[in-house]
Design a protein around this ligand. Structure first.
Ligand SMILES: [Zn+2]
Length: 167
């Protein structure tokens, strides 16, 4: 089932998230399936549970088009960061029409659990690193509009939100 994507300034995007417990409940199995369907339908490269209105620590990384198998990561966190930072343009399915340059560590070590609850730990310095950092920010209530210093699109929208104290 394709789920509606929550759009900023929806409160759920800022709400704290609960850790996922194993074995996965039927509800969370279904949520995972639905989030995969939703991110594919939206042609997105990543999706975090708060973006579909659920305050749990679950993210999807969808880089299938770049040949990377789709990943559902439970309780993901960054446990290591490289020194080098890169600045890349990012957008967000929850903040349509806003794009800007976001500086992040290029290389990160990510630790998460898979659907069986097994701990997975890996290092990446490509798109998985970038997308995972963006999605992990989501489960911590952080959005690209908190990070962008230079907008490439939608700066007026952001200025309006600032005026309304939404950021
Ligand atoms: Zn996003």
């Amino acid at each position: 089932m394709i789920l509606p994507i929550k759009i900023f300034p929806d409160d759920v995007l800022r709400r704290p998230t609960e850790p996922v417990v194993f074995p996965l409940s039927k509800d969370l199995q279904k949520l995972t399936k639905d989030m995969i369907e939703t991110v594919r339908a939206a042609d997105g490269i990543g999706l975090a549970a708060p973006q579909v209105g659920r305050s749990v620590k679950l993210i999807i990384v969808n880089l299938e088009k770049s040949g990377v198998p789709l990943m559902a990561l439970y309780n993901p966190k960054i446990v290591g960061k490289g020194f080098k930072k890169t600045e890349i343009e990012e957008g967000c399915l929850s903040i349509p029409q806003v794009f800007g340059m976001v500086k992040r560590p290029q290389k990160v070590t990510i630790e998460a659990q898979n659907a069986e609850g097994k701990i997975v730990k890996f290092i990446d310095e490509g798109w998985v690193s970038r997308v995972a950092q963006h999605e992990i920010d989501h489960i911590n209530g952080r959005l690209i509009i908190d990070l962008i210093k230079k907008y490439t699109q939608g700066e007026d929208l952001v200025k309006g939100w600032r005026k309304q104290k939404l950021i």
